[in-house]
Design a protein around this ligand. Structure first.
Ligand code: ZN
Length: 365
């Protein structure tokens, strides 16, 4: 099926996380020259499609998610009825990331590939917890001894022009909750209270936007970003019993959870406190000179006449799971400006170029 009509079909499925609304069956039928494995866990459905081209050689995979976030109110066109207006196609998932899926599904059809195996990994559990999605497929592939050597995740990566950005890694994310303990009391008798806000006030500057590791060639600086701070019971005559500060750190591989723990513990020296740290996702970096990064760079340059910037900006994605399994992974897709927004839209010309980039990558790998 031609790319654009396939994209229209995929956009009609109401695949709200973690539902695929029948889209995965539809894709498996569309690519019947590929062997299909449905990997289901805890009500989440994932699809692995794989085709052997030779006995020995490299295994290249494309990956993405069929699930989308809730559309929200206020759309000009129905979010699950793709509507073409001018040069754009409007629908929930147009950018994030059914255009990426439709592009690689189109690119692999009747393609010539010199490696051993091409696979497509499609999950319906990315926008939520992502517990039973791509991770489960990779476990399955590992058990079957068929993990790919290289993977391209087709998330929307471009910033202002299609072709300007390839992602070669992602920052990690640590969530933290720090509680400073005190003793509540009457505001007129501060000597009888232990005021945790007063105790911590002079130290707050060493937390707020504090740069733990500087920016380097591949990663933005790793800083502490406060997301919530509260203490007290909203009364002007009672001092607080506790001060609770929540923060997040998006970090490069140069900072570990243990480093952060030591920093905060030192900062809180002399105070009674508790600290809860959780690693959300781990950081990873694929070498700029790796085969996958080099080949993708060449294909993007050829189709768009641009030299894409290779960076690690933005939030997390399923690419981190590939990195954990030792797969050399990069990400490339359409412009990300309207992802998760009302009136999400993709440029049709950009989508068609994305199909060509993936096709070129496979044929020249
Ligand atoms: Zn996405």
């Amino acid at each position: 099926m031609k790319g654009l009509s396939l994209l229209n079909e995929l956009l009609r499925f109401k695949s709200l996380t973690p539902k695929d609304d029948g889209a995965l069956n539809y894709i498996a039928l569309e690519l019947d020259e590929f062997e299909a494995f449905f990997i289901e866990k805890e009500g989440v459905k994932n699809l692995l499609l794989s085709k052997k081209f030779a006995d020995i050689g490299e295994h290249l995979a494309f990956a993405g998610h069929i699930d989308v976030v809730l559309p929200g109110e206020g759309w000009d066109t129905p979010p699950f009825k793709p509507t073409q207006k001018g040069d754009f196609l409007y629908a929930r998932g147009a950018v994030d990331m059914k255009s990426g899926l439709a592009a690689f599904i189109t690119a692999v059809q009747d393609v010539k590939f010199k490696g051993a195996r091409l696979s497509l990994i499609i999950t319906s559990d990315e926008e939520g917890e992502a517990k039973f999605g791509t991770l489960e497929v990779l476990k399955f592939m590992k058990e079957k001894n068929m993990l790919p050597d290289y993977a391209v995740v087709a998330e929307p990566t471009c910033e202002s022009t299609f072709g300007d950005t390839v992602k070669i890694g992602r920052r990690g994310s640590i969530n933290a909750k720090l509680t400073i303990k005190g003793k509540q009391g009457h505001v007129a008798y501060p000597e009888k209270c232990i005021n945790p806000v007063h105790l911590f006030a002079s130290r707050l500057a060493q937390l707020a936007n504090y740069e733990l590791v500087g920016k380097d060639e591949n990663f933005e600086a790793s800083r502490i970003i406060i997301t919530d701070i509260r203490g007290g019971i909203e009364l002007s005559n009672v001092t607080p019993n506790e001060l609770c500060i929540m923060f997040n750190v998006r970090h490069s591989p140069k900072l570990s959870l243990e480093d952060l723990k030591q920093y905060v513990e030192k900062l809180c020296e002399g105070l009674e406190f508790s600290l809860d740290l959780k690693q959300g996702s781990k950081p990873f970096l694929t070498d700029k000179n790796s085969k996958i990064a080099t080949k993708l760079f060449q294909s993007v340059s050829k189709i768009t006449d641009l030299s894409p910037n290779l960076n690690t900006k933005g939030g997390t994605s399923d690419a981190r799971f590939f990195a954990e399994f030792g797969v050399s992974v990069v990400e490339f897709g359409v412009k990300n400006e309207s992802m998760h927004a009302i009136n999400e839209r993709v440029s049709i010309a950009d989508f068609e170029k994305l199909c060509l980039v993936f096709r070129d990558l496979i044929e020249n790998f």
